[in-house]
Structures are given as C-alpha cells and as structure tokens.
Design a protein around this ligand. Sequence first.
Ligand code: GDP
Ligand code: IMO
Ligand code: MG
Length: 435
Amino acid sequence: MHDLTTQLTTCVIGLFWGDEGKGKIVDLLTEQADIVVRYNGGANAGHTVVVGGERFALHLVPSGALHAGKTGVIGPGVVLDPQVLLNEIDMLASRGISVLDRLKISTRCHLVMPYHQLEDRLSEAALSEEQRIGTTARGIGPCYADKVHRSTALRFCDLFQPAAFRQRLQRIVDSKNRFFQAIYHHTDTLHADEIARTYQEFAERLAPLAAETTCYLQDSLRNQRRLVFEGAHGTLLDIDHGTYPYVTSSSSSAVGVPAGAGVPPGAVQNFVGVVKAYTTRVGQGPFPTEQNNEIGERIRTQGHEFGTTTGRPRRCGWFDAFAGRYAAQLGGVRRLAVMHLDTLRGLSELKICIGYELDGRRLSSFPAEADVLEQITPIYETLPGWQDDLSSIRRYEQLPTVARNYIERLEQLMEVPVWIISVGPDRSQTIFRDT
Ligand code: GDP
Ligand code: IMO
Ligand code: MG
C-alpha cells in the first residue's frame, strides 16, 4: 500500500513550526529508497526515530540512515557543526549502527563555528523577552548570516587547506572578538589557534566523508535511484515564507529543496506534508490556535511535547487548517501524513481552525506580518472527540468513526489527501491508507 516504486523522488516536509514527526516518516519511506538527503538547516533540527522501542534523536545524520545499506547525504544547503555530527556518528556506532561508510557530506556546506553559538546566545540575551526569537542556541542564524556575508564564512572544503584556513580563521576571529566586545561587552577572547587545532582534528575524521554530492545526486537521478529528501524544521519557520521574524534562517519549506540539495527544480515528484493532528510550536512567535490552558497542557502531557533538541516544553493548540493549507499549497504537497492521532484521546470535543478574522472581517490569505497574526481571531469548527486508545490500530477501517471523520475533515480543509496516519512514535505504529 505504501509502494513508492512509481515515485523515484519524495520529499518529506513539515507544514507547521517543526517537530511534526518528519523523522518517523523519513525513516519509514527510506525503507523503499536508496538515498536519503538532508538539504537545509543544521543541528537545530531534532528528528526522532523509534524502532522496536529504541529511540534515536538525530540532528545531522539523515533519519533514513538507520536502515542498513542506505546512503545518507548532507547537501550544500546544510550548515555543518562537525562536533555534533561526530558525536552523532559515535552515538550510532555505540548502538551498533555504522554510518561512516555510507554518509556523504557536501564540501560546499558552511561550517558552524564556536563563535556562531556564542553570537546566537549573546544576541538573544541582549533582547527583551518579546523581541527574542527563542532560538535553539545552536549558532544556526549567525552561521547563515556569515554565509550570506561571504567574507566571514568558512566552508567544509576550506578545512582541507589548513594553511589558508588558519589564516582566514585568524582574520575572522579577530573581527568577531572586536564585535562581541563592542556590541555585547563580552570580554572573553576567542583564540584562533585553539579553534584551528580542534577543527583540524574534525577534518581528519571527516575527510573520508567529504564528497561532491551535487554530481553524486545528478548521477543517482540519471540512474533512477530512489531518493528521499528530508526537510528540517517546517514551512512556517521558512526564512522567506514563514512567520518572519520568528523563523529559522534556512529555506525550510518545499521550495528550498533544489537549492539546498543541488538538484534541478522539478526533480522531486512527490511532496509529503507532515502535520500533527493538532499544532505545536517551540520558541517565540505568533501561534493563533495556541491553547495556553488545560487543553494545551493535556496535549503536551499526552503527546510528550518537549523539544528533541533543547528539551523546552512545546506550546500546544488546535489544528490550524488555514495556516496548513497555505503551507501545503506553497509546497505543492500531494499527500499528508497526520501524526499523533493517538494523543488526542480523551478530549470530548476537538476544534479545527478554518479561517482567521481581523476586526470582524475574514482574511482571504495567510498574513505576512507577525503582529497581524497576533491580533487575528481564529474561526473554529467543532467535532466530537474519542475516548479510545488508538495506539495499536493498524488499519484505517478499524479507527473509530469519529476519528475517521476528523481525518476526513482535515483532508477536506487542507485540500490534500491523507496518506499516512501515525498512532504512536514507533515505526510500526502506522496506518497507510489508499489515496
Ligand atoms: P521532527 O522534528 O519532525 O522529526 O519531530 P520530533 O522528533 O522533534 O518530534 C516528534 C515527537 O513525536 C517525537 O518524540 C516522536 O517520537 C513522537 N511521535 C511521532 N509520531 C507520533 C505519534 O503518532 N504518536 C505519538 N504519541 N508520538 C509520536
Ligand atoms: P525540527 O527539524 C521546532 C525554531 C526555534 C526558534 C526558531 C529559530 O526538529 O522540526 P534557530 O535555532 O533555528 O535559529 O531557531 O526556530 N526551530 C525549531 N522548532 N523544530 C525544529 O526543527 C526547529 N528548528 C528551529 O525554536 O523558534
Ligand atoms: Mg524536531
């Protein structure tokens, strides 16, 4: 039922503010693919895969790489934190999964450096509570800022020219030290020597993984190999299309795939949009359907809604079909995966947001301005809930009628068919549906 043989290329994309359950879906779909590709973001991503009760939290290693023999690619659009990647490779090895001989990292990736993490923390600390983005403090924004600035950036390929790397690093570190002192009154000095030594050690370990991934992916496409692209974050966190400025710094919607992976536009045939049966957000920013009350609390407890990367409690609320449809249409999403249906158990009624109202007028499109999103009133439709434990159901017809009605209403409002329904974190707790 979940045969992908007619779909050579599939992209898994989050439609909201991240943590939709992309890791689980990527893992499932990679079973029938050859290659799994990360193309955006960095170690700010936290993707969970649960296999036979064993839980893996991945930040940079593509989620599908848990399947033996599948190749993982880290594309040029990813910002690479070598320390996090090496820790993850070691963690997997200690649990019997070797990815060293089947991971390829684009030499074009930009490097996350210690001063990026420092700048992330300093810049957030300098802002008031409501101005703060609420970042993951992984240095992602400052790294992408340097990438765009160019003269202060370092790439993975630079590591393999140690003398030039050392020289360039000295100039960058000197300017960062001056900047941190002048702007943030931060007086601890960073030392280029120390950083260079550490990064040369990383280079030695990572050298065998450095690859020309763009050519590799072009060849793979030509040879009809099956590819899964793994989106990080979510469409509403996209730098261009999300709830700016409360977004991440990469193209985390479907439109980021060609640029970040290095494949032709149109190379991806099938976009799978991942949503939860409700909505969550972690960090600051507008969240129209947020339930800052006992309903939100109940969803957080039942769904274990705490961040995979930072452990922060996630904000929880009703499903927002208005925002979701905006995201699905932007991404040309063909199928939906609805996660956490089990989590809604025990709520007597469920609400779905079907539109936004501002000053008594219904909005015709998803607003660009964060302050407008803070002011709108969601328009809700109410559906009956269920008491049943859905976690061991494996066939769509076995779901209670009210749960099926809920799913079918979501797909109507989203205007995209629901293909996968998830009823628990484990790989096996999944219902595939004919669409
Ligand atoms: P990602 O960033 O989109 O990969 O999602 P995360 O891994 O950050 O967060 C999703 C969380 O929900 C993880 O803890 C998953 O193990 C868990 N999860 C995924 N699908 C389901 C589901 O259907 N039901 C329940 N209860 N948990 C799920
Ligand atoms: P995955 O891939 C949830 C959020 C942060 C913050 C904003 C900017 O696991 O779904 P950043 O550190 O990127 O500069 O933070 O974006 N954020 C995520 N929220 N899931 C993620 O990734 C996220 N990646 C970034 O909480 O609000
Ligand atoms: Mg996550």
